[in-house]
Write a protein that binds this ligand. Structure first.
Ligand code: F6R
Ligand code: MG
Ligand code: MG
Length: 385
């Protein structure tokens, strides 16, 4: 019997800036799902990370279920009404459309969901990031499922030895590709290193996986608010679901991928590179320079449609070093002020408020005499063949 794990998240108003969630709003969302989820969900868990409310739902309706999506949408609507009453900042921010139309995708909230064949024990981790974008998952997902220096299971567990398939989305062109690791690892990296264009959407086992052939084992939300709204409306704080153990990355391998606070885009005004800090829920509050970007990991087991957990996985002193390093990186980067590469490169600033600032100077630029202009780059010359 298949089961579906659907994780839907949204920022529907925060306190005082983009820092955290108001408990009255969270409780309204919880009450709504509790009351209206009966008959739709077999279980659920609702929490928050930074200014985003996170709804994890277990059901048997498959992915893209209108009933499940509408439930989450209406819960966010109910929470938004409370946020508005309280005058919270950015109330209803991520609900970009007025009315629900069958699927929450493309309407603002972030969605990560997968239908699975549950194993005897089905452990998984939900990762929730704030102040960053979907491409922030590229590095750790690659490490978990393709890098033996992170995941020794790829080398020493015969169930993982044949590797995994990566589904990669080009979110600019709206195209996808499936590539196998380890055979195509270098090509995978050639793409996903450009994390604002290529994002890992899903990881799938190969047909010859001994325990779990041809199954979804990881999925990441790839929703881009700016693409939907056509302007900057907050970052796209992503979430991901990763199944673990028994022929998949062990829970420790799935966490180890976050032990180095790598740089992600987002942070202040969605315009800065900063370290991703792994934290327990008590520290998932965005304060310094509206961050730094953070990730929380909650561990669950699902059995007969019911959840056990969560375990707050980064609430462990063994991650203190990563947090300390992230603080040092924050101090270092902040001293660069408005300069790249602390600030994002020009092309990534397209959807921020910067172009409006530059616009007013556009007509005042004068030509430079005999200027050397950038030549069009030709692909396919000798050097790149
Ligand atoms: C980042 C984020 C914040 C805001 C910043 C300015 O994702 O949400 O850093 O961009 O606090 O917010 P506004 O322009 O709403 O005053
Ligand atoms: Mg926000
Ligand atoms: Mg957020």
């Amino acid at each position: 019997m298949k089961v579906t794990i659907s994780h839907i998240k949204a920022d529907i108003g925060s306190l005082p800036g983009h820092t955290t969630v108001h408990l009255d709003v969270l409780n309204e969302v919880k009450n709504y799902v509790e009351k209206n989820g009966k008959g739709i969900l077999s279980d659920h868990y609702i929490t928050f990370v930074g200014d985003d409310i996170q709804i994890t739902m277990i059901h048997d309706k498959g992915i893209d279920s209108p009933e499940v999506h509408e439930l989450a949408w209406n819960a966010f609507k109910a929470g938004t009404a409370v946020a508005k009453k309280l005058g919270l900042y950015g109330a209803g921010q991520d609900l970009l459309k007025d009315s629900f139309s069958g699927n929450v995708k493309g309407m603002g909230p972030g969605v990560a969901e997968m239908e699975i064949t549950p194993r005897k024990s089905e452990p998984f981790i939900i990762y929730m990031m704030d102040k960053t974008e979907p491409g922030a998952f590229n590095y750790p997902i690659y490490k978990m499922f393709a890098d033996p220096f992170n995941t020794p299971g790829l080398v020493i567990d015969q169930n993982m030895n044949s590797g995994f398939i990566f589904e990669i989305w080009d979110i600019i062109e709206g195209k996808k590709i499936f590539l196998e690791a380890p055979q195509k690892s270098y090509d995978i990296l050639a793409m996903i290193g450009s994390k604002s264009k290529y994002v890992v959407k899903r990881v799938i086992t190969k047909e010859d996986h001994e325990k779990l052939p041809d199954e979804n084992v990881a999925v990441i939300s790839t929703d881009k608010l700016s693409f939907i709204a056509g302007e900057y409306v907050g970052k796209d704080d992503p979430a991901g679901i990763v199944r673990i153990q028994s022929g998949l990355p062990a829970s420790g391998e799935a966490l180890e991928a976050f032990s180095h606070p790598y740089l992600v885009s987002g942070w202040m005004r969605g315009s800065h590179n900063g370290p991703l800090m792994p934290v327990g829920q008590k520290d998932a509050k965005m304060t310094r320079f509206d961050g730094p970007p953070r990730v929380v990991a909650l561990g669950f087991v699902v059995k007969d449609g019911k959840l056990s957990g969560p375990v707050d996985m980064f609430d462990d002193t063994a991650f203190d070093g990563a947090r300390q390093k992230a603080v040092e990186m924050t101090d270092y980067l902040r001293r660069m002020g408005p300069f790249e590469p602390h600030r994002l490169p020009e092309e990534d600033m397209e959807y921020t408020s910067l172009p409006r600032v530059l616009e007013k100077h556009k007509s005042h630029f004068e030509p430079i005499e005999n200027a050397q202009k950038k030549k069009e780059i030709r692909v396919g010359t000798k050097d790149v063949d």
